[in-house]
Design a protein around this ligand. Structure first.
Ligand code: ADP
Ligand code: MG
Length: 334
């Protein structure tokens, strides 16, 4: 009898423990990755599982960073391509080849605004270097660096094997690889059994599921104010990415110089202050937010309206807000 009572007590206690932990809650972790602070929020009743899933996502995202970074001495295939001379065949990682091909097609789709071959010029501007720039480049430097760019000078010789046709042409995936990392991170979370989560890499996000049956509330930053511009209710699987002129910039003689470069001039683009894009994947949202920043509302809107599952919000150079039709009925402006 005593044995039965103890067994019963054990079952009751075990049930109490697990019954209590059936309620899901937020597990939050932050890491410094991809040059920014990445915040993971996992909504699940098992904290150990949530932490394990986040750990897996971090590892995936670190892999993407190592594969694509052009900073430091990562022995990756992007840096090997950048160091190669004209005609030298370079073996690219599968993921690099795929992202390069996707980048080239986004380049054409965005009328050249998104350009993965701007590496030489981007490096000369130096916004991502340790020594932050404080003076604009002179026009001759811009001209010669621009001459070393162009997707037509990147050639696929055979599967995974690429070469350049222009001396000093460098690849730079700074406007798209963070998106890919977020997507890979989210795939890891899903693989570990997580259904409700957010990965937020410095304002570039992908959102999974919901928050206890309610949509997640995603704020849109205002490019000049501390108060949010508005927010979006988000459920299911959507990515929301913002590109802004406030991320990396310096002021010189009253003008703002920042890290989003218009390939047609070689100068920081001046038509927008920020652009927020939603898309099914963070890879697409990341690339398009950069491209839409450069194209501006008037040239960019027709493109966005033609894409299924993609919406955009522009804050133009005069702080006027413009939106795609789907964004108008979705966003809550504060
Ligand atoms: P953030 O890195 O702040 O999220 P973006 O996604 O807009 O911002 O990416 C900006 C980065 O993309 C720059 O630091 C640079 O590496 C690269 N870049 C700048 N201009 C272009 C361009 N026109 N096309 C493709 N990449 C660009
Ligand atoms: Mg981008």
């Amino acid at each position: 009898m005593l044995v039965f009572k103890l067994w019963f007590l054990g079952v009751t206690l075990a049930c109490l423990g697990s019954c209590q932990s059936q309620e899901p809650f937020d597990t939050k972790e932050t890491r410094f990755l991809l040059g920014t602070i990445v915040e993971f929020t996992v909504f699940h009743h098992d904290e150990d599982l949530a932490l394990y899933a986040i750990q897996q996502a971090v590892a995936e995202m670190q892999n993407v960073e190592h594969q694509f970074t052009v900073h430091g001495d990562a022995a990756n295939s992007v840096q090997a391509f950048n160091r190669a001379s004209v005609g030298q065949k370079v073996f690219l990682d599968i993921e690099v080849e795929q992202l390069l091909q996707q980048s080239i097609s986004i380049h054409h789709q965005t009328h050249g605004a998104f350009d993965p071959t701007l590496g030489n010029l981007i490096q000369k501007w130096g916004f991502s270097s340790d020594n932050k720039p404080s003076k604009p480049l002179d026009l001759n430097t811009i001209r010669s660096a621009l001459a070393a760019s162009g997707v037509e000078y990147v050639q696929r010789d055979e599967k995974y094997t690429w070469s350049k046709k222009k001396e000093d042409l460098n690849l730079d995936f700074g406007a798209i690889a963070k998106g890919l990392a977020i997507d890979k991170g989210v795939e890891s979370l899903k693989h570990a059994g997580i259904k409700h989560a957010i990965i937020n890499a410095g304002g570039d996000m992908r959102i999974l599921g919901n928050h206890g049956g309610k949509p997640w509330k995603v704020g849109i930053r205002h490019p000049r104010r501390t108060k949010a511009l508005g927010w979006l209710p988000v459920s299911d699987d959507v990515s929301i990415v913002t590109s802004g002129d406030y991320e990396r910039y310096f002021m010189y003689e009253g003008n703002r110089y920042h890290h989003i470069i218009d390939p047609s001039t070689g100068l920081p683009s001046s038509v927008s202050m920020s652009v927020t894009v939603s898309a099914p994947t963070a890879t697409i949202a990341d690339a398009l937010s950069t491209a839409m920043f450069i194209l501006g509302f008037e040239k960019g809107l027709p493109l966005i309206e033609n894409l299924v599952g993609v919406e955009a919000l522009w804050v133009d150079a005069k702080q006027k807000v413009h939106m795609s039709s789907g964004m108008q009925s979705w966003v809550n402006i504060e």
